[in-house]
Design a protein around this ligand. Structure first.
Ligand code: ADP
Length: 334
């Protein structure tokens, strides 16, 4: 597991429950989504109705699960949490849907990874609060309609564009979660530090925030590693210096690049003069699989404007040269 990976590891899962904001007011950043969601929930409450289905799109670790829990809390409703890959058969979904209480929030993470038959069952459940349970097989099979209590589906996906339009259209509200600004991550870090009873100053928080890739989950994880360092090597207080030294030990640099990211950039600059170079060649040069370079390292390098994918191959941007402290070779004419 990478220290700067956005998916939750075992330790994250154990600690995150304690760090989750429990109301919209406590949820940092995402102003637009927060404001819109606030209206949706207030209106539903005023009507005494169940809230509309909500689709949340955005990268892992930006707070989709947290928001779904907040929706349930704000609606004073229980919540059930599951995920697309966990629903293999339509029957799995029927079992979950038929056991929901009135007004319950069903959080379906990675909703784009649900099986086709389950997806079709979900259409009807979302629209009419009804499912057809198929009993028997072959020509003798019959569909028994089953009424469901009204519920609120909160679907989460990395990209709304991954969803088939008929599914996307059945959500009353779609919130697009953005990466967080450094100042927002600093607020997340101060809040987490308070909950974990850690002492951190403004500069210490800024230092960690700048390396957190715009992602609260990563910020909270780096905070825990810096805490370890502060407790063992310093007096426990997290200052800029302590944070920088700790993250140097863990090989997370000032922009949040880790060893793999830097190895890819380094090879691109030193061995291929900044490119263009093909993905396979670049992967061999860093001793990694193609997929690892393409799926693990590149997305963040592209997002940071350090590397570009072109039809002729990968190229480094001027920012890549300056980030690694190297000077680009002079342009050869022609
Ligand atoms: P996702 O479901 O998008 O992968 P999570 O909701 O599990 O992300 O959030 C990951 C962690 O980051 C949680 O521990 C949560 O406390 C924290 N977090 C996410 N968004 C925020 C936020 N806006 N404010 C404070 N903490 C947040």
């Amino acid at each position: 597991e990478r220290l700067v990976g956005a998916s939750a590891d075992g330790e994250d899962q154990a600690v995150e429950a304690a760090l989750r904001p429990t109301s919209l007011g406590e949820f940092v950043g995402q102003e637009r989504v927060r404001e819109q969601l606030d209206l949706v929930l207030k209106a539903a409450r005023a009507r005494g109705a169940t809230a509309d289905h909500v689709l949340l799109s955005g990268a892992p670790g930006l707070g989709k699960t947290t928001l779904s829990m907040i929706i349930a809390a704000e609606m004073n409703a229980p919540i059930r949490i599951t995920s697309g890959p966990a629903i293999q058969h339509a029957g799995d979904l029927a079992a979950i849907l038929s056991s929901l209480q009135e007004g319950e929030v069903l959080f379906l993470d990675e909703i784009h990874r649900m099986s086709r038959p389950a997806e079709e069952m979900l259409y009807m459940a979302m629209e009419d609060f009804r499912v057809d349970v198929i009993v028997g097989k072959g020509p003798g099979a019959t569909a028994i309609p089953l009424e469901l209590p009204p519920f609120t589906l909160v679907g989460a996906t990395t990209r709304a564009g991954l969803l088939p339009p008929p599914l996307r259209d059945r959500f009353g509200f779609t919130g697009h979660m953005e990466f967080y600004e450094s100042a927002e991550l600093e607020r997340v870090l101060h809040r987490s530090a308070r909950l974990l009873e850690l002492e951190i100053d403004a500069e210490g928080a800024a230092e960690i925030a700048g390396r957190s890739r715009g992602t609260p989950r990563i910020a909270n994880r780096l905070l825990r590693r810096v805490r370890d360092y502060a407790q063992v090597k310093a007096d426990g207080r997290i200052t800029r210096e302590v944070a920088a030294m700790a993250l140097k030990v863990y090989e997370v640099d000032s922009r949040g690049l880790d060893r793999l990211d830097r190895a890819v950039l380094h090879a691109l600059l030193k061995l291929f003069a900044g490119g263009p170079v093909g993905l396979s060649t670049l992967a061999v040069a860093v001793g990694e699989e193609r997929e690892t370079v393409e799926e693990v390292a590149e997305p963040f390098l592209v997002r940071e404007g350090l590397l570009a994918r072109t039809p002729r191959g990968r190229i480094a941007t001027p920012a890549a040269w300056s980030h690694l402290g190297l000077v680009p070779p002079p342009q050869t004419p022609g």
